[in-house]
Ligand binder design. Sequence first.
Ligand SMILES: [Zn+2]
Length: 659
Amino acid sequence: MSDTRWWETFPWRMVQTNLREIDMADMDAKSYVDELKRYHATVVTLNAAGIIASYPTEVTQQKQSDYLTGDTLADILRECHKAGIRVIARCDFSKVHETLYEEHPEWAYRQSSGQPLIYNGYVQTCINGDYQQRYVYDILRELFSKYDFDGLFCNMSSTFVVDYELQVHEPCHCKNCRRLFQEHTGMEIPDSLNPKDPAFGRYMAFIGACSKKQKQRMYEVVKGINENNAINGFDYFRTECNQDVNHHAWVYDASVNARRIAGPLHDKVVDDASAVYMAFRYRHSSISRGILEIRQWQNLAYAGSTSLYLLGTLGKSADQSGIIASKKAFDFFAQHEDLFRGQQSAARVLLIEKPLMGRNDPEADGWVQVLTQLHIPFDEQKIGEVSAPLLKRYDAVILADVETMSDTQCEMLDSFVEKGGTLIADGCSSMSDERRQPRKHMGLQCLGMDEITEKKQVRSAIFQFSDAEKEAWVSCKESGVDCIVPGDLVVTGTRRKEAKTYLRMISDQPFGPPEICYSTEKTEIAGVYERDYGSGKSLYIPFRIAAFYYEFGYDNSYDFLKDIVCSLAGVKSIAPTLTPMCELAVTEGEAGKVIHLINLSGAFANYTYCEPLPIRDIFIEIACGADKNMDALNGGHVIRTDKGIKLDCLHGYEAIRIY
Ligand SMILES: [Zn+2]
């Protein structure tokens, strides 16, 4: 199987089987592939090389498995290819066996004390040591020359050293790292990954460059053997939905991963691996069935792919519950492949986020939650990915506390508003330039705040509506909400004279004893700045209200954000009467327009995920003209109404096609 750039048109239903070394002892290639076929998998990722080689290797710098007594990698590849299943080689070069370390101590990562990092007999290697600089390429050459793989995924190829306790370790202090960093920067390696350390920024740039160079070289080596190998990070993009003992699953994890990577055009192949297991320490036990099912529907809706990730094989995994629950979306996708081919997002709202790695942006996550619950389809991009042509797709843009912005980025968004767009910005958006230097004036000219006075830390401050302005705040008024809690930071500054403001801050007030819990002092500090700019409009909220909502979920925060988006910015929900417990995405492409509905009503009581309750009589304000056909493809029934369409009942997932 060597079709040109196969991954671009291939229905991507991935099952990643992280095989234990003992799984090769009685490997039965036919059964392994039969299980994948029954699951409708089209791609599989399996362990090939690195920490332990799953094949007879002549490269002595990797440990060969002691358990190669069952069917071989070649058998598995042959059976997979016979069944039309593509096979990605999973390699992990982050560790070597202790016996190799003893022969080559210079390969190891070193703490500042000089100690290596040893975990269950395996030693962390350094990206600048000879193992990762030299021998991994020998391994890759051997692996891809001997075996007919279809792609490569390198695990644990992060620039940070993180162990299986999820502890992030200090930068490597081995001789090579110290020498190279000194040559590049004239500085010593910082002792910790502390952003306040003067060497931190230089170190991050250094280690980022080392990693980029390595990935590029691996790409060239593997593509040099066969250019139709799909390489993670270049041809497809693997991300992960997981949880661990200190990290719970969020109901929108997969939506965020899939939407961010696929982008508005869905022009990237997304492999958002949903980990079945609870944690590194509980790899044999499944998390709740409900969230596993939800994740696959979200992957399908936002990226047109599904991906499951487990320890062992599908058949031998002791806990089958999560595997069974995840299968529903695989089955549906297999039955309706055409529906997901060439689809793009139909969203008219863009959420712009900070350029952070990983999942640590509560302001963006709060906006994800609000927009989803309001049924306003949206796309997500990091600020660096946004361009003027991209902005033409949108009526409204939300800037989630994006503090660091270049002058060019500010001008691009100013121009978007000037031409008629609506911008909602909050927190510290545009307050620093690209060198992270604080600006005296807001970088965005279109905002109602001009000169910045301070980033004010507050503890018990609130913002109160005046009676006169309440009319504009439809949801807050209806719910009887009188004041808004901003969280712990408020940006103060001067108002541009043409801007209108809402709410006034009541400064920190005593919160005990209750007899004295009141304040008579109302400041002139505004809670919202509204400004017409060119043909468009901006709204600026000088605090991080979405992060506050993400953390606590209070409905008065939700009412306030709903009014910002719907009442003040005039963005329309496409299903205003539908419960927030339903997630809705709209895509369009070859198969027509597709409305995806995902039932999240099973999520409740902290982190419990149960069978969702049926949601009946769903009205969606998307027109379906008399010249169009429509159908619901997962068991529902859909009819035309005055304002749009009506679905009779939603169980787990529904796809409504208008064509
Ligand atoms: Zn090093």
